[in-house]
Design a protein around this ligand. Sequence first.
Ligand SMILES: N[C@@H](CCC(=O)N[C@@H](CS)C(=O)NCC(=O)O)C(=O)O
Length: 198
Amino acid sequence: MDLIRVYRIPFSTNVERVALAAGHKGVPIEWVDVDADDRSPVEAVSGQRLVPILVTGDEVVADSPAILEWLEARFPDPPLLPRDPARRAEVRVFADWFNRVWKRAPNEIADHGATDSLSAEMRAHVEIFEALLQDRDYLFGDFGLADVTAFPFLKYAVLGLPPDDDELFHRVLVEYQPLRGDSPLHAWVLRVDAHPRS
Ligand SMILES: N[C@@H](CCC(=O)N[C@@H](CS)C(=O)NCC(=O)O)C(=O)O
């Protein structure tokens, strides 16, 4: 197996997705730590500024959803996606919704400030995650792509901000996702947090 390098910056949610996915599969990663204020190594390797970037052999894969699919294709066991095609499609629809729809409200709040409708949208989305966790331990039953995709963002509602994490976006995730004491997200966050990371 070629060495797999992944470029990262501290506290990156999208990087943590890759760490959890690779950890689940037992795939070792050589992390390349990049200064958040100097992205020149990331630009040099990928032509853009965002992390994570996976580099192996002569392949360069940008964008965490693409990296997760790359890992699943190269290292199918243990899987991140269900074997059944319909259930696999459902999980992919969830991940796409999370990336295109769920992310919009916290990004808007971080970039332009909160509105009543954005705050309500974030609270309504919390209820969707809680419903998915009704009577099951992970978002789609077994641990997998949905959990890896959502956990790094939803964990802030339960764990709060780590020391030294001064990202405004992460503060939004703490402040605009208030949880009831009996929300199933508490146990889910602790359950996913216990999974290995590469
Ligand atoms: N769609 C990309 C987004 C990547 C992304 O936004 N990465 C953040 C870290 S979590 C980043 O590099 N932010 C730096 C910036 O916006 O300059 C993915 O999922 O990988």
